[in-house]
Design a protein around this ligand. Structure first.
Ligand code: ARG
Length: 447
């Protein structure tokens, strides 16, 4: 116990208020932030070079062992003092856990967002490849979960790509506010030590600093922004998961064996378990987002320990988004469209709209044609003049399943994907390049 000097600490209170176990998720980031702080203290002459070199070496050996600490920051400082002696307490100058946790949290979030962005790009690539191979593969569309009009599987896959790219762009943009460094903001108003916050930010891979020290030490707006995006993303995946359940139930797709499980009693069952769990994970995600929002609502400006309780919700949310993406990508890659079943499944009545449109284009008011075809359908005397493939080919507008139109949309999808991949790689490389400067800085000190 390093920070509670009055000596009345009780186990159950520490256990209740400590974030020690939850902090494991960002221990490496906490060490990195401490490293940069120590290097900067040394650079400005506030820390003795020899002592600093010893701290830097010991820092590498820190592992989260033991218990009774309020958090990883206390555990780390106690470890360094234990290793080096009381003089290691010098590293407490010019820093607060408030700016340190805010910084480590951002670095950890940046990694998880980058990981997820990469996985979504892979999922988009898979969806586009499936679209490319299924331009002529018949598939139903539904409104109100009733058969609507004939389409193709490629068209459905391009829908998935469209949704994913929309979210991808927003998530990628959120890096802009997320990737700013709070380090150097101290507990609330900065410090007398002339730390170069911009230099520290660069060494930690940030694009910029989160300027105002109150914001830097106590804002979680960016965490909420990313969490909202993650939740929207998982919600989108849950609709897709539901489609997989419905389509496999209707027998028009076959889910890969690895993603279905049987019943312990009913031998014929192929239950779409992966898709069901994916669907349910979205509820957990909403729960975490609601917890984050309600935690943040009405919090007074400046650091409050409530903020600590937000972190684990973010870890969970991010794991849900990442893991759901991985399993769904595997399903998209391996599912089969059962073409014969689709033929048998599609009702000829899904051609009723084409018939009404044909008559309307021939001069009959659409409302009249609509009523006439509806009455033919209800009397059971409707007989289509075209087949499903012809119906699909007749569609003219951008975004429709007609092979000539869809091929262009597919091209557009590939171009958009390649552009996003390039932007992603450029961004990631820039972050990694900046991070390399810490090593150089460290070696300079240790020389
Ligand atoms: N463990 C806290 C967190 O994760 C940081 C500690 C801030 N504590 C304090 N007394 N100011 O947010």
């Amino acid at each position: 116990m390093l920070y509670r000097k009055w000596g009345n600490e009780s186990d159950f209170v520490i256990r209740f208020t400590s974030s020690w176990d939850k902090d494991r998720k960002m221990v490496e980031e906490v060490k990195l932030v401490m490293l940069v702080h120590v290097l900067e203290l040394t650079r400005v002459g506030a820390l003795d070079r020899k002592l600093s070199a010893r701290v830097v070496k010991s820092l590498e050996e820190f592992e989260m062992e033991g218990e009774g600490y309020e958090d990883v920051h206390e555990g780390l400082e106690a470890f360094l003092i234990d290793r080096i002696g009381q003089e290691a307490g010098a590293i407490g100058l010019g820093r607060s856990r408030n700016d340190h946790v805010a910084t480590a949290l951002r670095i950890r979030m940046r990694s998880s967002v980058l990981e997820l962005l990469k996985l979504i790009l892979e999922l988009r690539r898979t969806a586009l490849s499936r679209a490319k191979d299924s331009i002529h593969i018949l598939f139903p569309t539904f409104t109100h979960l009733q058969q609507a009009q004939p389409s193709t599987f490629a068209h459905y896959m391009l829908h998935i790509d469209e949704e994913l790219s929309t979210i991808w762009q927003s998530l990628f943009c959120s890096l802009k506010s997320l990737n700013r460094s709070p380090l150097g903001a101290g507990a609330t108003v900065g410090t007398q030590v002339p730390l170069d916050r911009i230099r520290e930010a660069k060494a930690l891979g940030f694009d910029d600093v989160l300027v105002n020290s109150l914001s830097a030490s106590s804002s979680r707006l960016d965490l909420l922004q990313v969490s909202s995006m993650l939740t929207l993303y998982v919600l989108t995946l849950s609709r897709f998961a539901e489609d997989l359940v419905v389509y496999s139930t209707l027998g028009i797709i076959e889910l890969p064996d690895t993603h279905v499980s049987t019943s312990s009693l009913m031998p014929q069952k192929r239950n779409p378990v992966t898709a069901e769990v994916a669907r349910a994970k979205a509820s957990d995600a909403i729960g975490h987002l609601v917890a984050l929002f309600t935690n943040y609502k009405g919090l007074p400006t400046g650091y409050n320990l409530d903020l600590q309780e937000m972190n684990p919700h973010y870890w969970e949310l991010s794991d849900i988004a990442i893991n759901t993406t991985i399993v769904l990508e595997d399903i998209v890659k391996h599912l089969k469209v059962k073409e014969n079943s689709v033929e048998g499944f599609l009702s000829p009545y899904t051609l009723a709209t084409d018939e009404a449109e044909r008559r309307a284009l021939g001069g009959v008011p659409y409302r009249t044609a609509h009523a006439k075809v509806a009455s033919e359908v209800s009397q059971g005397i409707f007989s289509p003049t075209i087949n499903f493939q012809q119906s699909i080919s007749l569609k003219r507008v951008v975004g429709s399943p007609s092979p000539t139109v869809l091929s262009k949309d597919l091209e557009r999808g590939w171009r958009r994907l390649e552009e996003d991949e390039e932007n992603y790689t450029r961004y990631r490389t820039a972050v990694e390049e900046r991070l390399k400067s810490v090593e150089e800085w460290k070696n300079e000190l240790l020389r």
